[in-house]
Design a protein around this ligand. Structure first.
Ligand SMILES: [Zn+2]
Length: 311
């Protein structure tokens, strides 16, 4: 055996020995009490389909400014019929790279869907929807510990919204990758995980005007908020901003889209990762329970009527 082959065989053994440890108890609960690095997270996401081939798929939806994978996992059960796709539920985290408890929460959510796939609550969600989970929208920011991307831009101000066209938006590769994903799907609902303040936020961010679906969005947001022990409000009343993911999805897909601030600290002490991540997962489940009560086409917004209202 050559030295290279011997090294390869040792590396393969190490991977196979380590992988079950990571997969059986999850990234967010593997006992290390620390935040996971971007390479660890991407490696773990890529490993999931190997052990759960009927439930999980991995794909890269592009590369970041610095060439890192924009990793996405999809989770669903049963065949997805051609022509009758299941609605997509989008969960993403870390538009802001230093909000690492949001990333860990997304990992915990993935792990929970896998581990609890036979529990009735989870089985019902997996059979009805396809979950698209992107834990690292901004892997460069996560790797560098910065809010912005590698070119100092805020990805969560880069989306189009009723007062700004696509042409004047999407300067970042990362937001373009998310846009292309959203445009390729029938989105049922979306949640962006952030951290650094309190609250569950519903659109709009760009105007203080209430959205046409305010009662529905409020109900979703408040149920989610109560389950994680926080409050809900329209995003504009948190602080006004424009170009956020949640406004984009609500407008583009006429789908409810919330921001969940999972903790008021961006990176709480590692000993609290599991508690906060589990609480966030509970909040997403509560959101889904409320969303599933709403039936088909719960949103009344149309792109045209909203443009008239907003301009
Ligand atoms: Zn944020």
């Amino acid at each position: 055996m050559t030295l290279m082959r011997r090294l390869f065989s040792i590396a393969a053994w190490f991977f196979l020995a380590l992988a079950p440890l990571l997969s059986s108890v999850g990234m967010a609960a593997d006992g290390t009490l620390r935040y996971h690095s971007e390479p660890e997270i991407t490696g773990w996401l890529k490993s999931l389909p190997l052990r759960n081939p009927s439930l999980v798929q991995y794909r890269s939806i592009g590369t970041s400014n610095q060439g890192r994978d924009l990793g996405l996992v999809t989770l669903t059960t049963g065949p997805v019929q051609l022509g009758t796709p299941k609605p997509a539920i989008i969960i993403n985290a870390t538009h802001h790279g230093d909000e690492k408890i949001a990333t860990e929460s997304a990992l915990h959510f993935i792990e929970t869907l896998i581990v609890d796939q036979d529990k009735p609550e989870v089985t019902a969600m997996l059979s009805r929807f396809v979950f698209y989970v992107q834990p690292l929208v901004n892997p460069d920011g996560h790797a560098g510990g910065t809010r912005a991307d590698a070119a100092h831009r805020d990805i969560n101000r880069d989306y189009s919204y009723p007062l700004r066209s696509d042409r004047l938006s999407f300067k970042t590769r990362e937001a373009r990758a998310v846009r292309d994903l959203i445009d390729s799907l029938d989105v049922g609902a979306a949640i962006a995980l952030h951290s650094g303040t309190d609250g569950v936020l519903w659109p709009w961010c760009f105007t203080k005007e209430a959205p046409p679906d305010a009662p529905f969005l409020e109900r979703l947001a408040w149920r989610t908020a109560r389950s994680i022990g926080t409050v809900a409000r329209q995003s504009h009343h948190d602080y006004p901003s424009s170009g956020e993911f949640s406004d984009f999805v609500y407008w583009r897909q006429q789908a409810p889209a919330l921001t969940i601030e999972v903790d008021r600290r961006r990176q709480p002490h590692p000993s609290q990762i599991n508690t906060i991540s589990a609480r966030t997962t509970r909040g997403i489940f509560e959101f889904m329970n409320e969303f599933m009560k709403a039936g088909d086409a719960p949103v009344t917004l149309s792109k045209e009527n909203n443009l008239r209202r907003a301009i």
